[in-house]
Design a protein around this ligand. Structure first.
Ligand SMILES: NC(=O)c1ccc[n+]([C@@H]2O[C@H](COP(=O)([O-])OP(=O)(O)OC[C@H]3O[C@@H](n4cnc5c(N)ncnc54)[C@H](O)[C@@H]3O)[C@@H](O)[C@H]2O)c1
Length: 355
């Protein structure tokens, strides 16, 4: 993020899909701080979610509650708003949920994403940053990182939906968008994102935080699974950096528009290491119960290379593992015990920008 204050976005019209979600709310708030005119499209905030509500985003952005599977309504909004750029983050985002509700996972992540691409195509929107996942890659059990052009695939429905979203992007890109040099589109994959405000069920950090706050038992599955952990500001800064370069036509058309925003390899830690570090930062003793995961399969190792983003976008991760956990725990503590969300969120964005 060095050399960029992201001023490009000041006064630009920006649509963020998934604005009520974890990453989307951080992105909307950051864009709001820069002075962008933000339009959010998403479902209503989930019952237990806190970020969108406590950041008072409803008052700071123009928010539409809409299912992205409804092309007609989605298209009306894109047509009316005519944004300078769209960041597409709306998705069913949890692997375990895709075992419980496979069809909504597929329709939202594949058809919903196709609807965004179609809305962009018919309304000639100039810039699109399309967010999928590190899980779009076919996990072949390797012990090395996945690169942008590796084979796509997935054995669970969530991963498959993200691979399909990628294939849909590529087909749209090659069929319609590539021909028009005025348009810029890119797809991005990030790692396992953590940070303040995530309250999603079946994600490790919210599960640990809830157990610590509520003094309930702490159960973890897959303690030895290794993941590319990164603070939410890392991929969000990558999306913003990418969008900024796209808007300013600073990315060569010869570079394939797919980007990994992964952490440095040193941030690849096991679930158990993450849980222990959170407990240590929280500052109390807590027993960890390891339970067998009977319900669904999760890949043991997954890492994504960030070499291309470093070279072509001058983007690189800013926070080390300890800082990532420390900032995450600090955010939740401020939220639960001081109820001062705007201040801590702004402070963390400023700290990140000055790294
Ligand atoms: N959080 C992670 O660790 C992680 C890692 C890799 C990729 N991703 C991807 O990044 C994106 C954002 O993730 P997140 O963690 O913020 O997810 P989240 O679950 O917190 O938020 C999802 C957002 O999508 C919206 N949404 C879901 N279904 C919708 C529909 N049918 N119509 C309209 N809106 C809908 C929700 O309302 C919410 O605003 C997703 O595409 C996710 O798959 C997340």
């Amino acid at each position: 993020m060095r050399n960029s204050s992201l001023k490009t976005y000041k006064n630009l019209k920006v649509i963020v899909t998934g604005s009520t979600g974890f990453k989307g709310a951080w992105l909307c708030f950051w864009l709001y701080l820069i002075g962008a005119k933000v339009v959010g499209i998403s479902l209503k905030p989930e019952k237990n979610s806190i970020l969108f509500k406590k950041l008072l985003l409803q008052k700071k952005i123009k928010q539409f509650y809409l299912d992205i599977r409804n092309f007609k309504k989605l298209n009306q909004i894109i047509k009316k708003e005519k944004p300078d750029i769209i960041f597409h983050l709306a998705a069913q985002s949890v692997v375990s949920e895709s075992y419980i509700n496979p069809l909504p996972t597929m329709t939202t992540n594949v058809i919903g994403s196709a609807n965004i691409l179609e809305g962009v195509r018919v309304n000639k929107i100039k810039n699109l940053v399309y967010i999928t996942s590190d899980k779009c890659y076919l996990n072949d059990g390797r012990k090395k990182s996945y690169f942008e052009n590796d084979i796509l695939g997935g054995e669970d429905l969530y991963s498959a939906s993200k691979a399909c979203a990628e294939l849909t992007f590529e087909a749209y890109f090659k069929s319609f968008l590539l021909k028009n040099k005025k348009l810029s589109f890119a797809t991005t994959r990030a790692g396992n994102v953590i940070g303040g405000g995530d309250m999603k069920k079946d994600r490790i950090v919210p599960d640990v935080i809830k157990a610590l706050k509520n003094k309930t038992s702490l159960e973890i599955r897959n303690p030895n699974a290794t993941r590319p952990w990164q603070h939410v500001l890392e991929p969000v800064s990558g999306y913003l950096r990418l969008g900024e370069l796209m808007i300013n036509k600073k990315i060569s058309s010869s570079v394939k528009p797919n980007w990994n925003f992964g952490p440095n390899i040193i941030n690849n830690k096991t679930v158990l290491e993450v849980v222990k570090e959170i407990i240590s930062c929280w500052g109390i003793k807590k027993k960890i119960n390891i339970v067998k995961n009977k319900n669904f399969k999760e890949a043991k190792l997954l890492m994504i290379s960030n070499i291309k983003a470093k070279k072509e976008l001058n983007w690189s991760p800013s926070l080390n593992f300890n800082e990532t956990i420390k900032m995450t725990v600090e955010w939740y503590k401020k939220c639960f015990f001081e109820n001062n969300i705007e201040e801590i969120t702004t402070k963390q964005i400023e700290y990140f920008l000055n790294k």
